[in-house]
Write a protein that binds this ligand. Structure first.
Ligand SMILES: Nc1ncnc2c1ncn2[C@@H]1O[C@H](COP(=O)(O)OP(=O)(O)O)[C@@H](O)[C@H]1O
Ligand SMILES: N[C@@H](CC(=O)OP(=O)(O)O)C(=O)O
Length: 441
């Protein structure tokens, strides 16, 4: 007998019908002992996620505006789920308490409000399954920098689950240094699932969603992309960071450290095998092939040119020192003898571009400096790509044939990926072109 930790995303828990699918999946395997639920997600494309409604309540509360009406939508949602599940659970007091709390903690930011979807849903799922409910605030801790306090958290998870045979632990939040609720970034229940898997020393971390695994490209861009049967933690990190939003990009760390395999599965098609994520040593050989493609918009490239840049000692440090001063991190820095490009996400730049350019002009004295905005990055990822001649030319060829301009090229030193920068308006076409040339052939 083993231990499986199962995280269910919002789409898997959107209403009673979905929740009953989850129950039958859990009932089908006695190893599924720890369940990490998200808040109810969208029931159809026009619907609203409970988490989004909670953020909206917080926005109202912060401005001192009434939010009873918005909260009423959340109230109805949970009451309907309880009724349709046929549960004998009086949730009025729990909902009232959350409503009061949203107003009370409005000055502390949105985290309390945002986390309540998981908190409430977790109690419903626990009641339905007959599992113990463990509040994530009791076991997941953040340090003074707002990062996960890994040692304290793993220790607390292990201690709190000792002797507990089966439990539901809500996703998405924990406790900060001051004892207040703090959430991960959006989609963070995936991270909770990975942490719990690590804390209970699970044999597998099952992540149940609405697709049968990680697809070789975003299904909203490429029609019927192939499913990736297996990939390594490193490939997953690259793909999820670059936009394969099926799994939060930080979810890989807790499980990778402990070598716990991750299995991405489809709640609506539980017999599909899904995708298995394992260490490099355990992954099947894929020499010569690409695993997947992912990409994101909203980047800016600062391109700097200066004759003899390569010989100027301290040039790179001065450049990066300016970014550091403004608290800006960068994504990539492809360079040649006399040029350097710095790729920065627009969220990081946040209105600081003009000042940064002025400071580079005055402190680094470049011959030319240019900022290219509206750039999208596309990563072609695969452990089988290293030492495979011709891969880069296939990618560039696909873009050239479709008359899509390349604004930047970066091949990571890991040889795990090739990243190209294109105009944001070319993004979807570029993903399709690369997919059909390197994967969908
Ligand atoms: N490469 C990819 N493979 C699979 N799904 C992807 C990929 N890129 C984007 N997605 C999207 O991710 C969605 C699943 O993630 P998410 O919406 O966070 O689900 P959940 O609510 O289960 O956490 C899929 O429905 C799909 O539209
Ligand atoms: N409910 C949170 C956390 C989460 O992970 O949700 P989901 O599993 O539905 O992506 C959010 O919407 O961000």
């Amino acid at each position: 007998m083993g231990i499986k930790v199962c995280k269910y995303g919002g789409t898997s828990l959107a209403d009673a019908k979905q929740i009953l699918k989850v129950k039958s999946i859990i009932d089908a395997d006695i190893d599924r002992k720890f369940v990490v639920p998200s808040a109810p997600g969208k029931r159809h494309s026009e619907d609203q996620k409970v988490t989004d409604l909670l953020y909206l309540c917080h926005e109202h509360a912060k401005q001192g505006l009434p939010f009873k009406e918005v909260f009423g939508l959340i109230r109805n949602r949970f009451e309907e789920i309880i009724k349709d599940l046929g549960l004998d659970l009086d949730f009025t007091a729990a909902l009232d308490q959350v409503q009061v709390g949203i107003a009370k903690y409005a000055d502390r930011g949105p985290d309390y409000a945002a986390s309540r979807g998981e908190f409430l849903n977790g109690q419903i799922i626990a009641a339905l399954l007959g599992y113990t409910f463990i509040d994530a605030a009791e076991v997941i801790f953040f340090n003074e920098k707002g990062r996960l306090d890994a040692a304290k958290t793993y220790h607390s998870v292990a201690a709190r689950t000792e002797g507990v045979d089966r439990a539901v632990i809500p996703g998405f939040y924990g406790t900060d240094q001051d004892g207040f609720v703090k959430t991960f970034s959006r989609g963070g229940s995936d991270v909770t699932g990975a942490i719990i898997a690590r804390g209970v020393n699970a044999d597998v971390y099952e992540n149940w969603t609405d697709v049968s695994g990680i697809l070789a490209a975003d299904p909203r861009i490429v029609e019927h992309p192939k499913t990736i049967e297996s990939l390594t933690y490193r490939e997953l990190r690259e793909l999820s960071y670059m936009g394969a939003s099926v799994l939060h990009d930080e979810a890989v760390f807790p499980v990778r450290e402990a070598g716990i395999p991750v299995n991405i599965r489809n709640t609506n098609r539980p017999s599909d095998d899904g995708t298995l994520i394992v260490s490099t040593e355990k992954a099947p050989n894929t020499i010569g092939s690409v695993t997947g493609i992912a990409g994101r918009k909203d980047f800016t490239i600062i391109a700097i040119e200066k004759a003899m840049m390569n010989a100027e000692i301290g040039f790179g440090r001065k450049m990066l020192g300016i970014l550091e001063r403004h608290g800006v991190s960068f994504e990539h820095m492809p360079s040649s003898i006399d040029t350097m490009s710095i790729v920065i996400s627009d969220v990081q730049l946040d209105g600081k571009l003009e000042t940064i350019l002025t400071e580079i002009e005055s402190e680094c004295d470049p011959d030319a400096i240019e900022a290219l905005s509206n750039v999208a990055l596309i990563a072609t990822v695969g452990r089988g790509m290293s030492h495979t001649p011709g891969m880069a030319s296939r990618i560039f060829g696909a873009l050239a044939e479709n008359k899509l301009n390349i604004r930047m090229i970066d091949q990571g030193s890991s040889e795990l990926n090739i990243i190209v920068g294109v105009e944001a308006t070319d993004f979807e076409n570029a993903v399709k072109a690369i997919y059909s040339r390197v994967i969908g052939v």
